[in-house]
Design a protein around this ligand. Structure first.
Ligand SMILES: NC(=O)c1ccc[n+]([C@@H]2O[C@H](COP(=O)([O-])OP(=O)(O)OC[C@H]3O[C@@H](n4cnc5c(N)ncnc54)[C@H](OP(=O)(O)O)[C@@H]3O)[C@@H](O)[C@H]2O)c1
Length: 271
């Protein structure tokens, strides 16, 4: 049985679907009420509250672990997994562990690599789904407001992260591996807006924000240090952050999906 945390999220939803389609027994973990495909067992738990994890992980053989907060001490989560008999954990980390390492980020991955369990680490770059932040202004005004309109990054479709996770959870040869996960090409926010316009079949205006405007907007959702780090990466990426990785294709045997594919599949959010 495979335990999937973050099961209602951008990665979790397509992962649960991929695993059930492959005939795996799945336990979907999230904090609130949620609906899942037939046959999926839903258990409520809070990763920040270790007491809730024993019952969430019970009977699991493998664990998909979505990072909620890299600053959170992950050792108790791994201890709960080991106590439940889980043998392999697939962790969603971030490319930042490599491109902009900090002691906290490194310690967070070490909780997994030192856990005594088999592990696979996924290090994605920025997600295509981050553009859902624009959904409301596209729906209401047909506008994308974003900073750094002409800086390209190889954003990744979260469904590809899910499919790599599914491969690592169900196939052989992934233990002890860390995969860098990016999209197939650099794409700028301006080009993302064009792809969204094409997906909804309507013109969408791109309005370039100043950094301070973007800061004020993002700070409504994220802690200040996360906003700072994110703006540093999207405004002034280093060479490693603009590198296109072949790991999605190496694991899945097909290229990573383009942003335009993600936009087509998620067009309803922008209509
Ligand atoms: N966005 C990026 O560009 C980017 C880049 C690199 C890495 N990442 C990593 O990817 C993660 C986001 O993945 P995502 O987009 O799939 O997530 P998401 O769509 O934001 O969903 C978060 C999921 O985690 C669950 N959750 C949140 N807090 C929880 C808690 N305390 N205990 C248990 N479950 C909890 C949520 O369910 P409930 O709310 O129902 O509990 C939901 O299923 C981030 O944490 C980040 O570390 C993101």
């Amino acid at each position: 049985m495979i335990v999937v945390t973050g099961a209602t999220g951008n990665i979790g939803r397509p992962l649960v679907e991929a695993l059930t389609t492959a005939g795996e027994k799945v336990v979907a973990v999230s904090r609130g009420d949620a609906a899942f495909p037939d046959g999926v067992l839903h258990r409520k738990a809070d990763l920040a509250d270790t007491a809730t994890l024993k019952s969430a992980f019970e009977g699991g053989g493998k664990l998909f672990l979505l990072t909620i907060d890299p600053e959170l001490d992950h050792a108790p989560i791994l201890e709960a997994a080991a106590a439940a008999g889980i043998g392999h954990v697939v962790l969603v980390s971030s490319e930042r562990v490599v491109t902009r390492p900090t002691p906290a980020l490194e310690a967070f991955e070490r909780a997994v690599t030192d856990s005594g369990l088999e592990w696979t680490i996924l290090r994605p770059g920025g997600f295509a789904s981050n553009s859902l932040l624009w959904a409301e202004s596209v729906r209401k005004e047909r506008k994308v407001l974003a900073p750094f309109g002409d800086v390209g990054l190889p954003v990744i479709d979260p469904r590809d992260i899910a499919h790599v996770a599914a491969a690592a959870l169900t196939g052989d040869g992934h233990a002890g591996k860390a995969y860098l996960l990016t999209g197939p090409a650099l794409i700028t926010p301006r080009r993302q807006a064009e792809a969204i316009a094409a997906a909804i079949g309507e013109p969408v205006q791109f309005v370039e924000q100043r950094r301070a405007e973007a800061y004020a907007q993002l700070a409504r959702f994220w802690p200040d240090h996360v906003v700072e780090d994110t703006l540093d990466i999207i405004g002034n990426p280093n060479a490693a952050e603009q590198e296109i990785s072949g790991d999605v294709e190496r694991v899945l045997g097909r290229p990573a999906a383009a942003f335009a594919d993600w936009a087509q599949r998620n067009a309803a959010a922008f209509r």
